[in-house]
Design a protein around this ligand. Sequence first.
Ligand SMILES: Nc1ncnc2c1ncn2[C@@H]1O[C@H](COP(=O)(O)OP(=O)(O)O)[C@@H](O)[C@H]1O
Ligand SMILES: [Mg+2]
Length: 330
Amino acid sequence: MSQEISTEKKPLVEIQDLDVFFPVKGGLSFKKHYVQAVSDMSLQIFEGETLGLVGESGCGKTTLANTVLGMIEPTKGKVFFKGNDLYALKGKEFKALRRDMQMIFQDPFSSLNPRFDILEIIGEPMRIRGGFTDEEIEKRVVELLKMVGLSESDLHRHPSDFSGGQRQRIGIARAIILNPDFLVCDEPVSALDVSVHAQILNLLLKLQKEIGMTYLFISHNLAVVKTVCDRVAVMYLGKMMEYGQTDKIFENTLHPYTKALLDAVLDVDVDNKKERHVLKGEIPSPIDPPPGCRFCKRCSRATDICSQVTPKLKEIEPGHYVACHLYDEK
Ligand SMILES: Nc1ncnc2c1ncn2[C@@H]1O[C@H](COP(=O)(O)OP(=O)(O)O)[C@@H](O)[C@H]1O
Ligand SMILES: [Mg+2]
């Protein structure tokens, strides 16, 4: 071919210097207080990949996802989707772009309307979009039921007739009915019985291959992320702690917080004398956090600088970043 082909991967989603702060209501003082749910986060999600977003409950994962999906206006920073500055778009343009992003919810019990049947639930996005006949919608719903491992005979059943795993399959079918490019999976298995985790994760991987979607995969469990993600972003109290390719994060874990998360999910040999990083103490409040590393109060490796200076994200090996003073140049 005469044309030069760029091998550079394109980001489908790009987040730049994102802050999402929520004002705290009440209180006696006149000074305004804020929950810093997301603070100075930057990341890229490349076409066709799965980026994992990991961290304990309350660290800001869902807030970040909702901001990427155009649902929470950021306090500062930008979100780009397909190269467009999402929050600079208005009306029709915003709606059209937003249609290419979808979300799977954590709880398939509360996210499906119990009064609707499966045809109505899965077909709803087509009905809202408009321009389809009832026959077209039913044909597409049947096609999707088969793709997610259910059958045509399920069309007129209701959510209460299905198990948790089956309900999540229904949620997935509804999320992909309009062929989105980008799918946010927010803790898609954590409300489900452990016995069906692998089935749902395999279904998500199969659909990604078949349809060519890009995923932001959210989980508090690093073990789950290891099996499905190409790259991982580890968050703590609104901040990025470590970021890079999954194999690098697992083979050359840098941040004490990531090490502690790993120790919490891996089976540890009690005779193994390897240093363990056990997570001690409570997660501090995200309201007006002090300067310094947000993890320092719980970190076994913390020194004076950690409570004074916020560590910057540094590239330690190609494509592997950490925000920790242990890696400052001496
Ligand atoms: N709408 C909101 N108003 C005020 N605080 C919020 C709001 N949404 C989330 N938060 C707070 O922001 C922080 C991050 O929450 P969230 O994004 O749900 O975390 P995660 O998904 O990692 O569990 C939490 O302290 C939460 O209480
Ligand atoms: Mg959440």
